[in-house]
Design a protein around this ligand. Sequence first.
Ligand SMILES: [Zn+2]
Length: 421
Amino acid sequence: MNQLPPNDPAGQRFAALWAEVSSVGRDRRRGGYSRHGFDDADRQLREWFTEQAGRRGLDVETDGNGNLWAWWGTPAWARNADAATALPAVVTGSHLDSVPGGGAFDGPLGVVSALLAVDELRLRRLRPARPLGIACFVEEEGGRFGLPCLGSRLLTGAVSPDAARRLQDRDGVSAADAAAAAGMDPLRWGRDEARLAGIGSFVELHVEQGRLLHSADPDAAVGVADGIVAHGRWRLTFTGEGNHAGTTVVADRRDPMIPAAATVLAARRLLADRPSAVATVGRLQVNPGGSNVIASSVDLWLDVRYGATGDTTALVDEITLLARQEADLEGCQVLERRESLSDDVVFDPGLSAVAAEQLSAPVVPTGAGHDAGILAAEIPSAMLFVRNPSGISHAPGEFAETADCLAGVQALADVLAGLIR
Ligand SMILES: [Zn+2]
């Protein structure tokens, strides 16, 4: 593991920025952080980003979809220049939101590293020949409205603005109302043609969310991602009959918890002959949720990630078939709804190969979704991963050594230096 001298100046710059971010959005109940689209922690971090970008003389703007952008140089669409002849912009960045009770690094590390990479490029006395932007995408985790990568999906048109406006959080607040309450205009949501045409490449730095980098090279602090496996979220609603837990004999029960529980176990069992597949039930909603009450319905959220899109949906089909059989046995019904599905992504091979060679970094795949995965459909995109010693992510134990984070800043600056020429 890299060790830093205690008064290393780059380490101190990183620590100062990191301390500011780390104070926002702590979740006292779950541990870790809960920062969600358009909430108070999100607003505070957006203000923090705006201030930090301003200190660096970057021009900050909010696009029609609520994503924040900070610019070194003016992009073509803001100059009314012809995107066909102007040099396309280079963009880095990530997101500021978290899953409920998430770790500190997922998202903010990419934003902090982007700000420090700009500092590093200036220390190297580089002047970009084309605009360099830092983006903070809205609600990447889908922690509030259920749809991951909301901001980048709106930007690219991967979700329709109408469907996005109708999304609701757990309290029934629509995404449109939440955005409006945060001072944005949800009627401006939608694909941003001029912006997409004006961006030539996107590079997202992210904490690794597993330990594949360690397996590829135990000495590597930074790796390059080659792609993202297909992944999606499904909601299964099991409906039975609410009744008394003490007076209802087993023969008379229609308990939706039974097929729900069987589905959780079936999802695990079906992974046995698919070593690279994962299926997770991390959220259940039991109605009415009394300890002496047989539930009337159970909502179960299933997250599946496996190979190409067809592999993922075939696995989900098998799980839901078993769910239906188990529901039948208990006299219950099950309704399946897909909440999201992201196709497998291959990052731009040219960009990734150049980065891997430039950094002498190993190339690894990932099972996690990212804004870069959405943008990759429109813009040549690449990702850098910073080593995560435990591999824990989406949980308070998520971690990266400061020395590795600094190696990430240098790597990002190296890649950006090559792209802004
Ligand atoms: Zn992330």
